[in-house]
Write a protein that binds this ligand. Structure first.
Ligand code: APR
Length: 249
């Protein structure tokens, strides 16, 4: 059964829920792609933990600065731009992402709910005060070069990336807003996520449970059930603009 695009056109409230596949066509590796170059010998899950930072702050900080440099050099793609356009076509759009990049904001989206934090909001590991990069551009860790994390201006503690690590809880207010939007929306577009990591992966299911239409956009076909869940297979930067074209002309 095909997703009827007039559902999108007539929607009162749409949620876009995204994962690393949304930024893949901007050149940002997805989380479960094999890491390349300097990091190919590391397991991202092993680096994305508070314990890894305690064990080797410079290694973890260098990895996030490498990722931040990649995002800094990247551009939003047609999928990011389509989401920003969608906000102007319907009464209410809530953008929820698992991504820690700022490509949605740079495409023109506002109030993006970052369930897993963001690369641009580091904070002190000791006192949790936020840290501002200021004009500092990310320093891409050269092969093997380690970058010591900056120090907190208040307590001199080590600054950590502003992302949610495995074993850490999601920001309360962000999670509450995302759940509320999932429970209210008419349509949820799930874009480029493997939906493996909880609790984020609950968001599309909450929308489906309350009666919304849920559309999965992924390179691989998604197993869907019932008459309100759909799978559109293809690259997000191609499928999303086409979906908007069909719905809004
Ligand atoms: N268009 C659409 N989908 C794509 C594209 C693309 N161009 N490229 C890749 N994908 C899909 C892949 O098929 C995969 O299902 O995007 C998904 C990426 O999955 P993951 O790498 O697991 O990323 P994500 O789902 O965001 O991971 C969720 O896991 O490791 C944690 O905190 C991390 O936020 C991350 C979370």
């Amino acid at each position: 059964m095909e997703f009827q695009t007039q559902r999108l056109r007539n929607a009162r409230h749409v949620v876009v829920f995204s994962g690393a596949g949304l930024s893949a066509e901007s050149g940002i590796a997805t989380f479960r792609d094999a890491l390349t170059g300097l990091w190919e010998h590391f397991d991202p899950a092993a680096l994305a933990t508070a314990q890894a930072f305690r064990n080797d702050p410079a290694l973890v900080w260098s990895w996030y600065e490498w990722r931040r440099a990649k995002v800094f050099a990247a551009q939003p793609n047609a999928a990011h731009r389509a989401i920003a356009t969608l906000a102007r076509c319907i009464p209410r759009l809530t953008v929820v992402t698992q991504n820690v990049d700022d490509l949605l904001e740079r495409a023109g989206c506002s109030d993006v709910l970052h369930l897993h934090g963001s690369l641009g909001s580091p904070r002190c590991f000791a006192c949790a005060r936020s840290y501002s990069f200021g004009a500092d551009q990310p320093v891409e860790a050269q092969e093997g070069r380690r970058i010591e994390p900056p120090r907190c201006r208040h307590c001199n503690g080590k600054v950590r990336p502003g992302v949610v690590w495995f074993g850490e809880s999601l920001p309360d207010d962000v999670w509450r807003k995302a759940v509320s939007a999932a429970k209210d929306c008419d349509v949820l577009l799930s874009v480029g996520t493997s939906a493996l990591v909880q609790p984020a992966a609950e968001i599309p299911r909450m929308a489906l449970q309350q009666g919304a239409q849920v559309v999965h956009i992924n390179l691989q076909p998604e197993a869907v059930a019932g008459d309100r869940e759909f799978s559109l297979t293809g690259r997000a930067a191609e499928v999303l603009p086409r979906l908007l074209e069909q719905a809004f002309g």
